[in-house]
Ligand binder design. Structure first.
Ligand code: CP
Length: 310
């Protein structure tokens, strides 16, 4: 069982809790792959997805996770809600509490918004991405796909190449993978490596080759054009030429290495189409893992709520 009401980040949960989520998610994944879509774990509960930023994978998979588990499910888009009339996040949360909502999956451009909401509401809050801070369920789904491929996360070398500075995915993977005994290597232009990343446990490679050599996982990250204030690298074509990952580079990686990307992908920028669509790619499997990890997180938070009479 999880030890907290909310799932806001991987920096504040234990290796044991991560293992519990992944084990339950793997069991849901076997059943989902066998065609099951009807579970009763969340019967009578209500899930709201509250997204202040665009999303395809995270929002859809939270919605389907709730539906498959038997919950009532409602989606609120910031663009069509009373947020547009100036309502604060806390007042929105209090409104959802008054409607007896049990779970709120939130994506917000401000780092810390899910933590603030979680401290304010009775509902359990699941972080679907907060600014440049964390995206815990993305890292959990990445870890599920890695663990299913290699049997264990301990001892893996995971190379993450792309926009590390603006990436909540990189941070959550660094926190989660380090706790599970994997090594995280990053490579990007120095302007896209956040200060202090090495102090958090990352290895900063001096070249693409150093990052990829012996890696079990080669993960591309999207260049986040919407978060760039400009001037961090000269052009997309130069980025692709000097920092993108190409098929031939995979020969440097460990035998059986896999290619991952959280999506959405800028095709031909972070990874070549041959890598995205090739045999080593696990990008579609990541999406299935996302559904199952979110089902597991909801189920375990539900257990917490039952035990604590919430
Ligand atoms: N990986 C991810 O968060 O994708 P979406 O933005 O589509 O949710």
């Amino acid at each position: 069982m999880l030890k907290t009401k909310d799932l806001t980040g991987l920096c504040n949960i234990s290796a044991g809790e991560i293992d519990e989520i992944l084990t339950l998610a793997a069991s849901f994944k076997r059943r989902i792959k066998a065609g099951e879509k009807k579970f009763s774990d969340l019967e009578g509960r209500t899930l709201v997805t509250l997204f202040y930023e665009n999303s395809t994978r995270t929002r859809t998979s939270f919605e389907l996770a709730g539906k498959y588990l038997g919950a009532h499910e409602v989606n609120i888009s910031a663009s069509s809600s009373s947020v547009q009339k100036g309502e604060t996040l806390i007042d929105t949360g209090k409104t959802l509490d008054a409607l007896k909502v049990d779970f709120i999956a939130i994506r917000h451009p401000m780092a810390g918004a899910p933590h603030l909401l979680g401290r304010t509401v009775r509902a359990s809050v699941l972080n679907g991405g907060d600014g440049m801070n964390e995206h815990p369920t993305q890292a959990l789904l990445d870890m599920l796909t890695m663990r299913e491929t290699f049997g264990s996360l301990s001892g893996l070398k995971v190379a993450i190449l792309g926009d590390i500075k603006h990436s909540r995915v990189a941070k959550s993977n660094l926190f989660g993978l380090s706790k599970m005994g994997a090594q995280v290597w990053v490579y990007a232009p120095r302007t896209l490596i956040p200060a202090g990343f090495e102090q958090l446990g990352a290895h900063v490679a001096r070249s693409r080759e150093e990052a990829i050599e012996g890696a079990h996982v080669v993960m591309g990250l999207r260049i986040q054009l919407e978060r760039q204030s400009g001037g961090l690298f000269p052009s997309l074509s130069e980025y692709s030429r000097f920092y993108g990952v190409k098929e031939e580079m995979l020969s440097l990686a460990a035998p059986g290495a896999i290619v991952m990307h959280p999506g959405p992908v800028n095709r031909g920028i972070e990874l070549t189409p041959g890598l995205i669509d090739g045999d080593s790619s696990r990008i579609e499997d990541q999406v299935t893992s996302g559904l199952c990890v979110r089902m597991a997180a909801l189920r375990l938070l539900c257990q917490y709520r039952e035990k604590n009479s919430l």
